[in-house]
Write a protein that binds this ligand. Structure first.
Ligand code: NDP
Ligand code: 8X3
Length: 253
């Protein structure tokens, strides 16, 4: 009997952190991975490290026309997409709302909410038509709580949670699975991006605690993807041992 072709997984935000770790975890399972992000040099590095099972795709999830164009014309063998990991996202700033730079609001809303919708909009119709597929949205503990300085970021992640639940209802009966993985504190480039490149401020976030590693979340994402056909992990919240909420973080020193 011919071997079933390996599944195709599309990971957005694959150039760093959780997304990159997801690429590596799915590759380790024998999947082929479409690795999407804006920084294509990093995606090329992934390809040279891991070979032909990676397809680097330069993509800004905020640009709907580009998303439709690129995902609508994936090379032969790289579509249909079996698993979509909607991971691209960011926080910008941690000031009170009235002191925020409004451009930061736009970037968070456009990436975390509209971007997730853009990519889902390009991939989900085919999944529903075929009656199979799995969308795994990366939310956050920040979608379940609000913390000072996180007003807009938390709102975007709360939106991800609402969209996940709604999507699951929308595709109910089609055979498509919808899941959400909500990480707590993970040491990635997240804080460097949030603090506009201030490495000291970023390092302080993880000072004195043992945060999650990106690979810890990738483990959970592949586990979510690996369930039997009739099982859906609806959502999972993953904390490091040192965390019990957005504002509840153990400091050892
Ligand atoms: P990183 O900054 O390390 O990675 C973010 C990724 O998102 C990068 O690959 C970046 O790629 C990509 N990205 C950002 N904007 C865009 C865009 N417009 N189009 C395409 N890709 C984009 O952070 P994390 O790995 O930590 O973040 C991944 C996800 O996890 C985010 O959704 C984040 O909100 C979420 N999360 C993170 C937590 C943490 O503590 N780290 C906790 C909970 C959730 P590029 O710049 O090349 O486009
Ligand atoms: C990222 C984690 O708590 O800094 O979503 O918002 S947090």
């Amino acid at each position: 009997q011919p071997m079933a072709p390996s599944p195709v997984v599309l990971v957005t935000g694959a150039s760093s952190g959780i997304g990159r770790a997801c690429v590596e975890a799915f590759l380790a399972q024998g999947a082929r991975v479409v690795a999407a992000a804006r920084r294509s040099d990093r995606l090329e590095d992934l390809r040279s490290q891991h070979g032909d099972a990676v397809l680097p795709v330069s993509l800004d999830v905020r640009d709907r026309a580009q998303v439709d164009e690129v995902l609508g014309s994936l090379p032969e063998g790289w579509s249909p997409v079996d698993v979509l990991v909607n991971n691209a996202g960011l926080a910008r700033g941690k000031t009170p709302l009235h002191k925020d730079d409004p451009d930061d609001w736009d970037q968070m809303l456009d990436t975390n909410v509209r971007g997730l919708l853009n990519v889902s909009g390009a991939v989900l119709p085919g999944m529903v038509e075929r009656g199979s597929g799995h969308v795994i949205n990366i939310g956050s503990n920040a979608g379940r709580e609000v913390y000072p300085g996180g007003t807009v970021y938390c709102a975007t992640k709360a939106a991800v949670e609402r969209i996940t639940r709604g999507m699951r209802m929308d595709v109910l009966g089609s055979g498509v699975k919808i899941s959400e993985v909500d990480p707590g504190m993970v040491e990635t480039e997240f804080s460097e991006v949030r603090f506009h490149g201030d490495k000291e401020a970023a390092a302080a976030v993880y000072d004195g605690v043992t945060p999650l590693a990106a690979a810890d979340i990738a483990n959970v994402v592949t586990w979510v993807a690996d369930q039997p056909p009739h099982v859906v992990i609806a959502d999972v919240l993953v904390y490091p041992l040192d965390q019990a909420g957005s504002g509840k973080i153990a400091r050892r020193k």
